[in-house]
Design a protein around this ligand. Structure first.
Ligand code: UDP
Length: 237
């Protein structure tokens, strides 16, 4: 596979074309941003961890019947993926109150929900990713009703699989963000990444935060937390 010109540079990844029009190469960076790009920094080694972690988790999800964009890990930071057009929805699944949920509804962090919740925001940086409901997404032409149904079904399945897996690692899956894409033939697959950048992961015993909140909230020990999650994952996958 030949890596060709850069197609796009995002906050945490670069995307390159290849000689196959249906394949792209994603390259993970150490750059970190938070609060819609207002806070910027680097987390040394994050790109390597997120690349490998996302690939291992996506391969596990495939085994449980969730289609993903993953094709092949090419190097520490590079992965070959199926080319998709991203559905411009950020899908957030929550098991426990935290972050924007706690802030918006005025509740403490750590309330364990009886059943998981799902919410969508419109993936649009200039609008700061506003929250929307399914009807809004359909009205805006972001996805069809059938696509949203499938995205919901996959998202709850992903939650079941990941929650159980992280528990084996002594980690509580609090919440996470997913992005889906459409292949050339319209098939919906999981895209983007699954990593401590996109999930809240708490140590089950101590409650210690092992995710990007350490960077967002200046808690220190960011690199160590990412490395700890990766260590536990490789020991259990
Ligand atoms: N999240 C993300 N990208 C975003 C917004 C949220 O990956 O642009 C993840 C975040 O890491 C957390 C979950 O989605 O695991 C829920 O985030 P929340 O809505 O609580 O927003 P935040 O507090 O991160 O602003």
């Amino acid at each position: 596979m030949i890596k060709k010109e850069q197609l796009y540079e995002g906050k945490a990844k670069k995307v390159f074309k290849t000689d196959d029009k249906e394949r792209l190469i994603v390259e993970y960076k150490d750059d970190a941003t938070a609060f819609n790009g207002l806070k910027k920094g680097t987390i040394a080694g994050k790109g390597i961890i997120n690349n490998k972690m996302s690939n291992l988790l996506m391969q596990r999800l495939e085994k449980f019947g969730v289609p993903t964009h993953f094709v092949k890990e090419l190097s520490d930071r590079e992965t070959l993926v199926k080319r998709v057009s991203i559905v411009p929805l950020e899908v957030i699944v929550r098991n426990i109150s935290a972050g924007s949920f706690s802030k918006k509804y005025g509740v403490e962090e750590g309330i364990v929900f009886k059943k998981p919740t799902i919410e969508f925001s419109y993936k649009n940086d200039s609008l700061a990713d506003p929250l929307l409901n399914e009807d809004h997404a359909i009205a805006l032409g972001l996805a069809t009703a059938e696509e949203i149904e499938l995205i919901k079904k996959y998202s709850f399945k992903i939650n079941d699989v990941l929650k159980a897996f992280w528990l084996e690692c002594g980690i509580t899956l609090v919440d996470f963000k997913l992005e889906f894409g459409k292949l050339f033939d319209g098939t919906i697959v999981l895209a983007d990444e699954i990593s401590p950048d996109t999930c809240r992961l708490w140590d089950t015993k101590t409650g210690e935060k092992l995710d990007k909140d350490r960077f967002r909230r200046d808690l220190g020990g960011v690199e160590g937390a990412y490395a700890e999650v990766m260590k536990r994952l490789t020991a259990h996958i």
